[in-house]
Design a protein around this ligand. Structure first.
Ligand SMILES: [Zn+2]
Length: 279
């Protein structure tokens, strides 16, 4: 059966591989379609599209958008958007500027903790030269690992960069509502990413109300119970159940989430999402 992996990252955000390399891997795995879902940027789409046409892999235009609801960070996957739509692009630009400002504030906090890292150093960890690339906490984390201040990226997030870390900064105030409206304006559909990571199922009905089309039921960090529960949510709220590996490649010798192709959905899911976007 034809399969699709609808969640992956590249060097346009916090992944370690180029869009072309991710598409090559997808072709090798025999995937029919993939979505490159970089954080707040569709900058990898064109390159992936060209590689996909050459290798016979369909590339679903996509972005993973960072939002906040009731103090909880919620990622919204946008599929079948026109990446060049002005409203959508405007929101991504705002998110990119916010990210830059947050990086600056995180480095300030680290400085107060006696850890000196320059923004140039952080940007040097981002391999892409594209204007739409996003630099973030993972790149700062990589430096902390390289300096031996933490053992691995998980520790970097636990100790410094994560929600409970000493250098955590939250600036993002984009609501899922605003993201979903921008996605719709750009002709796409919105899917709630990895609901099992939030432990806030109480927020799901509110987000559904905002115009959600799908929910990521199958994700490498979901337990079997999670999958069953979110499948039931999908049924109850008439959402399209999706799946993705959240592939990031390997950084500091570690695979974040899972390898491409480990969480897949039948190709018919891609057709359902496309049909919903065309409505
Ligand atoms: Zn992701």
């Amino acid at each position: 059966m034809k399969r699709a992996d609808l969640h992956s990252h590249t060097i346009m955000s916090d992944g370690t591989q180029t869009p072309t390399a991710v598409v090559e891997l997808a072709a090798k795995l025999g995937l029919e379609a993939i979505a490159i879902t970089d954080h707040d940027t569709a900058g990898g789409y064109q390159e992936a599209l060209i590689a996909g046409q050459k290798l016979g892999v369909e590339i679903v235009p996509a972005v993973e958008m960072s939002t906040v609801l009731d103090g909880q960070a919620i990622d919204i996957l946008a599929y079948f958007i026109d990446p060049n739509h002005p409203t959508f692009q405007g929101l991504l630009d705002r998110q990119r500027n916010m990210r830059k400002e947050r990086n600056r504030l995180v480095l300030e906090k680290l400085e107060q903790l006696g850890i000196s890292i320059t923004i140039d150093e952080v940007e040097s960890k981002q391999e892409s030269n594209a204007e739409q690339k996003n630099v973030g906490r993972v790149h700062i984390g990589q430096i902390l690992v390289e300096r031996g201040l933490v053992g691995d990226l998980n520790e970097a997030f636990d100790k410094y960069l994560g929600t409970d870390g000493e250098a955590f900064v939250r600036l993002n105030n984009t609501s899922p509502d605003e993201a979903i409206q921008a996605i719709k304006e750009a002709g796409g559909v919105a899917v709630m990413a990895h609901p099992g990571l939030y432990h806030r199922d109480d927020l799901i009905p509110t987000i559904v109300e905002m115009g959600l089309t799908g929910i990521e039921v199958n994700h490498p960090d979901h337990t079997e119970e999670d999958k069953i529960r979110y499948e039931a949510f999908a049924e109850q709220f008439n959402l399209i159940p999706t799946a993705g590996s959240d592939y990031h490649g390997v950084r500091n010798g570690q695979m974040h989430h899972a390898n491409l192709g480990t969480c897949t959905t039948p190709y018919s899911t891609v057709e359902r999402l496309r049909a919903a976007a065309n409505k």
